[in-house]
Design a protein around this ligand. Structure first.
Ligand SMILES: Nc1ncnc2c1ncn2[C@@H]1O[C@H](COP(=O)(O)OP(=O)(O)OP(=O)(O)O)[C@@H](O)[C@H]1O
Ligand SMILES: [Mg+2]
Length: 468
């Protein structure tokens, strides 16, 4: 079997062609979208392994209103949880490196996040590994991230194979124009090497990469009956990618599409950066960001910035230093502002990722509401933070203008004016983002694709071209 696999910063999905239609495969308890995170418990247990016959007997006990593929995915998830509950630990892992070496059971997706929230000290949690692959990480960290990517890819592969009851050998994996990180092209090479090596290790025999905006374009092309010059905008979790590309019936049959792709631009900025910014601008003031010392001088803002920069390896390392803890204690003693104790609680309780998740929740809830209240009980009992849609718009104005620049750059590099703007990616779900997109090119038709499925469907389309 061949597949297209979107290894996203926030979400992963995989699909294959079914009756000539790209179709996503359920890989997470019946869902086709797996949150890009994993949790390895300190108490190492054997990985889940189930005989096909046992799996199918479990499927036969489930409510059969759903299709068999979804039921298999649900049954696997149930059985994995049961396995975890009754398995006996064979060792205690001292570090994430040790845990990865032990090759024990790993929890993936939303369940990983919930397990981490429930008890952060009970294991090792990694969120959005993709956002670290292009970063300035040393050799040891590269090895760790390669193992982590292997775990994720192996899990996705296994889930898909079990659902389809077929071996999966050939894959087209999406890649952003630029990975998150400050290393430029070296970072891109590093990230591709990590993903490529991991994919081979877990048993994919043929691995090809395709730019994510081009994949989104191929998905859009399936519905075109006339040729069009299209500006693609993929607003993802970690990266934003643009491409100007010639699409339509005159081109879709061509084996080599290189001449159709007129430009690519991409930046390491996406939904996570909106969360970080919202956390900094709307959450951190409640943690004392604008506090003053008894002398009247302002408390420095660096630590607040570090606290919420959850996808910045350097910032997280610095924030977790022992001396940072002492610095915050010093702030608390030198100021009468009690909000600073919340910053201390954030650091001591390792709640950085939870605050980031709360900010993301606020951003997502603001899609359907103009004002939201986000509970922050894990910081302080009865504490919550109100955020308005206008405050979100104000907080992310810089990021929106960076997205806009990317689109202009893509058009400039292409040297042609697009006929239509095709938008995809989860970040484009936000009405604040949508309103801004509408204002950038007044009069240009905008087509909104499947926010979470376009890239994968395009990767499947490409996989079919290459491997069918
Ligand atoms: N309703 C919403 N409003 C705003 N943002 C949303 C909404 N729903 C999801 N998101 C955001 O969409 C992002 C995930 O989008 P998507 O799944 O397209 O990213 P990805 O493909 O994993 O990332 P990338 O392509 O950058 O690797 C997250 O940042 C999430 O917070
Ligand atoms: Mg994406």
């Amino acid at each position: 079997m061949y597949a297209g696999l979107d290894f996203g910063t926030s979400n992963c999905s995989i699909g294959t062609m079914v009756e000539n239609e790209p179709t996503l495969i359920p890989i997470d308890g019946g869902r086709t979208r797996l949150s890009s995170c994993l949790f390895i418990e300190r108490e190492v247990i054997k990985p889940f392994d189930v005989a096909r016959s046992d799996l199918m007997s479990r499927v036969s006990t489930l409510d059969s209103a759903q299709n068999t593929e979804t039921l298999i995915s649900i049954a696997r998830k149930q059985m994995q949880a049961e396995h975890r509950n009754k398995a006996i630990s064979f060792k205690q892992a001292a570090s994430i490196v040790d845990a990865l070496k032990s090759n024990g059971d790993v929890i993936f997706g939303e369940e990983a996040e919930l397990t981490h929230i429930d008890d952060p000290e009970s294991g090792f949690y990694v969120k959005s590994p993709k956002s670290f692959l292009g970063a300035d990480i040393n050799k040891d960290q590269q090895v760790v991230f390669t193992r982590i990517v292997e775990k994720m890819l192996a899990h996705i592969k296994q889930e898909a194979e079990s659902v389809k009851n077929e071996e999966l050998n050939d894959v087209v994996i999406g890649r952003p124009v630029n990975f998150h990180g400050l290393l430029g092209n070296d970072g891109n090479e590093q990230a591709l090497a990590i993903i490529g090596e991991a994919a081979q290790t877990v048993g994919f025999k043929h691995v090809e990469f395709l730019m994510e905006p081009v994949a989104a374009a191929y998905d859009y092309e399936r519905q075109l009956t006339t040729d069009k010059m299209v500006l693609i905008l993929d607003l993802g979790g970690g990266t934003t990618d643009c491409s100007v590309i010639k699409l339509g019936p005159s081109y879709s049959h061509l084996e080599d599409r290189q001449n159709c792709i007129l430009s690519h631009t991409g930046r390491r900025i996406g939904g996570i950066d909106l969360d970080n910014k919202l956390a900094l601008m709307q959450f951190m003031p409640h943690f004392g960001k604008d506090a003053v010392f008894k002398t009247g001088l302002p408390v420095p803002s660096t630590l607040f910035r570090q606290a919420v920069s959850v996808n910045d390896v350097g910032a997280q390392r610095d924030f977790n230093l022992v001396r940072t803890g002492r610095e915050i204690e010093d702030y608390c003693l030198r100021s009468n502002d009690t909000r600073l104790r919340r910053l201390q609680q954030l650091r001591d309780g390792k709640f950085g990722l939870r605050v980031s998740r709360s900010a993301e929740q606020a951003k997502i809830d603001l899609s359907d509401n103009t004002l939201v209240d986000i509970p922050m009980d894990y910081i302080e009992s009865g504490f919550d933070i109100s955020v308005s849609r206008d405050a979100l718009a104000e907080s992310i104005a810089d990021e929106l203008s960076k997205f806009e620049m990317l689109m202009h750059e893509a058009i400039q590099q292409a040297g042609v004016q697009p006929d239509v703007l095709y938008v995809t990616g989860g970040t484009a779900m936000s009405p604040v983002v949508q309103q801004w997109i509408n204002g950038v090119f007044p009069g240009m038709p905008i087509v909104v694709g499947d926010h979470f499925g376009s890239v994968t469907s395009g990767l499947v389309t490409q996989a079919a071209r290459l491997f069918k």
